[in-house]
Design a protein around this ligand. Structure first.
Ligand SMILES: [Zn+2]
Length: 419
């Protein structure tokens, strides 16, 4: 297969993890052959985390409201990811009263809806849900597919902007996020930099360089009424409220696996096997993230979510680099299972998708002739490898992602087992 990403022989790979120095977030490899992500990860075993936690408590103290009718902070959540752990930390450890916010990405799995309903119930918290009308979302997706081969742009744009819009509209200045992706993956910052949310990082990395208004200026077929919900508040609005977004990962030793295991035990967070990664916790609320979205990412950049998860586990010392490489290679070749569901929702056939993915790139993308594996076709992992991984990553939900609904669940407000 001819991959879309660079095959330049001068590209270097980290000796410890699997990332290369052409990582889209930017990464440097030092004279010892170790990448910046691995170097920053070393801080996790060097920093005084009790001291860091104290810094966090001091930081949030002024935001604690004395009026019980007010919220102390905003916490963005979904039916997966680190949502439970963040809310647990905010409510039970920092003793703050959050307003939860969530953006409906329209790719909801039953498990994601169940996990979100359970989260609201277990923590007894208020939540705001943003539903952008699906016609606008689909119009934007057609544009972003054609422009930068992403159908996930509205999802990422929405989930990163709705909390900020809510901070302004409800005059709640503090937003609390989990870990900073740039720090965790590629060591863009030290934990000691206490980096906070910025509009610039969101645009450059989350949104691939395009904010809502940039889409308007490039394409005539998108209209103001379709993009305004994704517009970032102005500097004056942010300044007036004093909006800031902080990352818990700067103040706590961030370890998603350990955190998820704790959330399963404490709150019955549920997990499921995913198509294109061995991790059973992240993204189980989304039909397409560890599926078609990840396959496109793999074609563009030469690695997918399994590589991210393998690098994380290698750095935490739970799997060897060799096992990580095998997992990354095997899952990277997995054929997307839910593409039909996506195409049906978008009203596209595969040919139209090819066109929108950029006609000049079809051949290089190899969309039509790529040899993809199904799980049964791929070489089985060595028993010891598979056993080691299965032992660590155990799905616990009966709502596996194999169970297709006939059409996407566009909105879900509760779930039968959550009273
Ligand atoms: Zn590395």
């Amino acid at each position: 297969m001819t991959a879309f990403h660079s095959t330049d022989m001068t590209v270097k790979t980290c000796k410890r993890c699997l990332y290369r120095d052409d990582h889209p977030l930017g990464l440097v490899i030092d004279d010892d052959g170790i990448c910046s992500g691995c170097r920053i990860h070393e801080e996790k075993d060097q920093l005084d985390w009790d001291h860091r936690w104290h810094e966090l408590e001091t930081l949030v103290a002024p935001y604690r409201s004395t009026d019980t009718r007010n919220y102390d902070c905003i916490v963005p959540v979904s039916g997966a990811g680190d949502s439970y752990f963040i809310v647990h930390t905010v409510v039970n450890r920092l003793k703050l009263k959050p307003l939860l916010v969530t953006y409906n990405r329209y790719y909801n799995t039953p498990l994601g809806i169940r996990n979100l309903a359970n989260l609201r119930r277990k923590f007894n918290t208020d939540i705001l849900i943003q539903n952008v009308n699906p016609l606008s979302v689909k119009s934007i997706i057609r544009t972003t597919l054609r422009r930068f081969r992403s159908f996930h742009w509205p999802a990422i744009a929405g989930q990163t902007v709705f909390p900020v819009q809510t901070a302004v509209s409800h005059r709640i200045p503090l937003i609390i996020w989990g870990a900073h992706q740039g720090l965790e993956q590629v060591g863009m910052f030290s934990h000691l930099h206490n980096v906070e949310m910025t509009r610039r990082y969101r645009k450059d990395h989350d949104l691939m360089g395009f904010e809502a208004d940039d889409l308007l200026s490039i394409f005539d077929n998108l209209r103001e009424e379709e993009i305004w919900q994704y517009r970032y508040p102005s500097w004056d609005e942010l300044d007036d409220v004093g909006v800031r977004g902080i990352y818990l990962g700067n103040y706590m030793r961030w370890d998603p696996l350990a955190q998820h295991q704790q959330m399963v035990e404490l709150y019955n967070y549920q997990s499921a096997e995913q198509n294109r990664t061995f991790d059973v916790f992240d993204h189980v609320d989304d039909w397409h993230y560890a599926d078609t979205h990840d396959w496109i990412k793999f074609e563009k950049h030469g690695f997918g979510k399994a590589t991210d998860h393998a690098c994380r586990e290698i750095r935490h010392g739970r799997i060897s680099r060799q096992i990580g490489k095998k997992l990354s290679d095997d899952y990277g070749k997995q054929k997307p299972k839910n593409m039909e569901l996506l195409l049906e929702w978008l009203g596209l056939d595969e040919q139209s998708l090819n066109y929108l993915l950029n006609p000049n790139a079809i051949k290089r993308m190899g969309l039509n002739d790529i040899e993809l594996n199904t799980r049964a076709d791929s070489a089985p992992l060595k028993t010891s490898t598979e056993a080691a991984i299965r032992e660590i990553f155990q799905p616990n939900s009966s709502l596996g992602l194999e169970q297709h609904t006939p059409s996407p669940i566009v909105i879900g407000k509760g779930y039968p087992d959550i009273k």
